[in-house]
Design a binder for this molecule. Structure first.
Ligand code: GDP
Ligand code: MG
Length: 181
């Protein structure tokens, strides 16, 4: 929880987007604090959480932003996207409509950010297999078409949550370090 301010080698802004109630805030709190919140409180206003990782001996600070309720009104501001170098685009595997929204979220992301942003398609709530509406195959197909990484997660039981962020962070790190060299 305690971390030094400003001592990091790299600071990456990562945005988490997707329809309301897909589990964005819980993915964030699981990643940053290893916590899960059963009572979804959709606070209004942009918030972020930070997590420090070590990659190749470098300190990388991930500043992960949460739409914090703005997405309910389709009113995610351009300030939210500004400077983002990574994105988790999240749907809920038990609600097909949230998967159908992915293209709209990608359009919005591409409107505000460089196409080089590292993007991960995240199918959350993998613990709810018995009520799944989106197959792994159709998600993989979309990910391939759109040039995204793909992973299924459960913020509830922690499956693949850290991995999803870490893959994105590693990809950004690789891009940045290639540029520097
Ligand atoms: P957000 O609106 O996208 O930020 O979604 P929240 O993180 O607030 O979660 C919405 C609802 O889904 C809440 O009731 C959460 O408890 C629940 N939820 C989030 N992630 C998971 C998950 O991985 N599995 C299950 N079963 N429920 C989840
Ligand atoms: Mg939320």
């Amino acid at each position: 929880m305690e971390e030094e301010e400003g001592g990091e080698d790299y600071l990456f802004k990562i945005v988490v987007i997707g329809d309301s109630a897909v589990g964005k805030s819980n993915l964030l709190s699981r990643f940053a604090r290893d916590e899960f919140d059963h009572n979804s409180k959709a606070t209004i206003g942009v918030e972020f959480q930070t997590q420090v990782l070590e990659l190749d001996g470098k300190e990388v600070k991930a500043q992960v932003w949460d739409t914090a309720g703005q997405e309910r009104f389709r009113a995610v501001t351009s300030a939210y996207y500004r400077g983002a170098v990574g994105a988790l685009v999240v749907y809920d595997i038990t609600r097909i409509t949230t998967f159908e929204s992915i293209k709209r979220w990608l359009d919005e992301l591409n409107t505000h950010c460089d196409t080089a942003v590292a993007k991960m398609l995240v199918g959350n709530k993998s613990d709810l297999e018995h009520i799944r509406q989106v197959s792994v195959e159709e998600a993989k197909t979309l990910a391939e078409e759109e040039g995204l990484f793909f992973i299924e997660t459960s913020a509830l039981d922690s499956t693949n949550v850290n991995k999803s962020f870490e893959i994105v962070i590693r990809e950004i790190y690789n891009k940045v370090s290639r540029k520097v060299l």
